[in-house]
Design a protein around this ligand. Sequence first.
Ligand code: UT7
Length: 349
Amino acid sequence: MPKTKIAGIGMYVPDHVVSNQDLIKYMDTTDAWIQERTGIKERRYAHRTEETTTTMGVEAAKIAIERAGITPQDIDFIIFATLSPDYYFPGCGVLVQRAMKMKEIGALDVRNQCSGFVYALSTGDQFIRSGMYKNILVIGSEKHSFGLDFSTRGRNISVIFGDGAGAVVLQPTENDNSGILSTHLHSDGESAEILAMYNPGTHANHWLPQKLADFNEGEMGDMFMSHAMIDKAQNFPFMDGQSVFKKAVVKIPEVIMEALNQNGYKPSDLKILIPHQANLRISQYIQQTLALRDDQVYNNIQRYGNTTAASIPLALCEAWQEGKIKEGDLVCLASFGSGFTWASALLKW
Ligand code: UT7
């Protein structure tokens, strides 16, 4: 059975740099608070109308495809991970198929937030190993700036997130010394509401006409066709940051060890760990727990903030571009986020 290798990798971030100082114009925060608590100095915001989650994903994909030495017409499956799709439906995968004039191939959207890219990579890995596809495009892209609460009410979230995209092309390899060794996916829905964007969602029937609502035994409450949803900020992401932090620093080292143990490695064998860029303090905590050296953990959250499904491919791409990942190196990707979901992938580059 073939293994799966990353044959090409690309990234895209918008030109528009937003510093911590820029955010102070909109909310009660400080550069010191943001840097101390998160490590973030600046992030990028996409152009309000001309750039979308899909267009950024396409830019990253063009580079990944070119680096893989193929053309968009060679791609035989698309997997697109995002929590900020252009439309509620259809997903971004089909928009990539259209924009890149690809063949009438399958296009799958993955909705696993911060773990989205690793889930997508794992899905692609299974299709390659089974022999079903030969060239899979996996994209992680987010346009968070479209929907953050930039008032003081939303400051614990809005200072963290940024926009950007990363993409990889997956291909089969018969080389025993390269490729994805294993992937590990987990979830625990018990805390689903701790990090979530509640609305618009079908759970509350916001848009049901009154007559049908009455028929529905008046379940609408104060939400019916009112601004309550917006007044309660339910159209913005909600996060109980401390609870997420506490769980992340346990689950990420755990899922990294799961990958290392399954393949007979120890943390010291890692050339580089690419953790989800949620908070520099989380990355530092993981580094300490696993006794990793500074050069074994890659972070770029300082410049891009938390880009959710894009954060791992953005960091992986930059680490590779900086020459920090070479052929045969042991690389681990690890994530944790909304759901909760968490995941890892161990690979030989
Ligand atoms: O990628 C998805 C997964 N997400 C994560 O992994 C995020 C995990 N959590 C975190 O990174 C951190 O919890 C945060 C960075 C979100 C928040 O840091 P914290 O140290 O947990 O702060 P906190 O939420 O406990 O808030 C402490 C104080 C509060 O004020 P009081 O009640 O002590 O007076 C907040 O209102 O800091 C205040 N605060 C802010 N102050 C200035 C919250 N946000 C801000 C802000 N600027 N942006």
